[in-house]
Design a protein around this ligand. Structure first.
Ligand code: MRU
Length: 321
């Protein structure tokens, strides 16, 4: 399976997600500046992939500025703050930065460890999540997902979409609706591209159709990812997630969040303390003013369960991360 992000011959290689689904283009990033630009343009995106990018970014910085502690510290700060909401980015950069006193090779080894742990976590979530979906929904549920949580958002496999793939592999999936995810269309462009590659039949719906489709009885569970999970169980994820959670509660169907432990942030008590990225008006409209928060906060009382690579947290039963 293709890796979304990796270190190849001294540079970071990524699948350019701005070019999909039209073109499968590989970008080689040689400098911290190029990596930050790729993160900010969403050429590389999704919480687990951002964590790996953070680690590789510090590895790039260590090669260039290895003998200049001030320049290194500045580069690490720039990488970790390239996007504010997904905890994985700063966490990946900080984890690699701890190794800076031991030299560039030690930093790169740590970045590889972050990458490899995300691959293992994806595999674990696929199994844990598929088991839970079958337990809660019975055989062959119809699922709705939001944004993109597949291999493109991780390194391979993904989080919520990895569960969808595993259910398909077990022949336990009746259908998938990919919410299109305005304004950058991660669902319509990326999730549908991945599902098509995996041979999984799916339909795309406009974001606002999700709660209505749930109300009409056409969805058995919502399954999506997270950029940060707070200590009280609040879930920060792509804008539109909260609407789907309200729709799921109203329809009485499970609302399932699948994210690795690297996305669980026990240092942040609740969603109120999280900086929600504002990506500016330009992505929404070229003909007027607009407000464009990139993520939202889903209160924990709307969440049925959080599936990580190590545990199932039954938030509906009062369990906390
Ligand atoms: O702005 P993006 O595309 O980086 O947002 C990504 C999401 O919101 C994903 O749902 C989240 O990172 C989980 S990815 C496995």
């Amino acid at each position: 399976m293709m890796r979304t992000i990796d270190w190849v011959n001294g540079a970071v290689e990524i699948i350019d997600q701005t070019a999909l689904p039209g073109e499968l283009r590989i970008l080689r990033l040689h400098t911290v500046g190029e990596l930050i630009a790729a993160i900010q343009s969403l050429a590389v995106r999704g919480a687990p992939a951002l964590g790996v990018a953070g680690g590789f970014g510090v590895a790039l910085a260590a090669r260039v500025h290895g003998d200049d502690p001030a320049a290194l510290a500045l580069a690490v700060r720039k990488i970790e703050s390239a996007r504010p909401t997904a905890v994985n980015l700063a966490r990946g950069a900080q984890r690699a930065a701890v190794l800076l006193p031991h030299g560039p090779e030690a930093v790169l080894t740590e970045a590889f460890a972050i990458r490899d742990e995300e691959i293992v976590a994806s595999q674990a979530m696929a199994t844990l999540g598929a088991d839970l979906v079958v337990e809660l929904c019975g055989a062959r549920p119809r699922l709705l997902t939001h944004c993109n949580t597949g291999g493109l958002a991780a390194v391979t496999i993904g989080t919520a979409l990895g569960v969808v793939g595993e259910l398909h592999r077990r022949d336990r999936l009746a259908g998938v609706i990919a919410s299109e995810t305005r304004p950058l269309l991660q669902g319509a462009r990326l999730t549908s591209w991945e599902l098509a590659r995996w041979g999984i039949e799916h339909r795309v719906a406009v974001d606002s159709a999700g709660p209505f489709l749930m109300a009409r009885g056409e969805v058995d569970a919502v399954i999506l990812g997270a950029d940060r999970i707070c200590a009280n169980g609040d879930v920060i994820n792509k804008i539109g997630t909260y609407s789907h959670a309200l729709g799921a509660q109203r329809a009485g169907i499970p609302f399932l969040v699948v994210a690795p432990e690297s996305t669980v942030d026990l240092d942040t008590p609740s969603g109120a303390q999280v900086e929600i990225e504002d990506r500016g008006a330009g992505e929404v409209t070229a003909f007027g003013d607009a407000v464009n928060p990139a993520f939202d906060i889903t209160p924990h009382d709307l969440v049925t369960a959080i599936v990580t690579d190590r545990r199932v947290i039954r938030v509906d039963r009062g369990e906390k991360p």
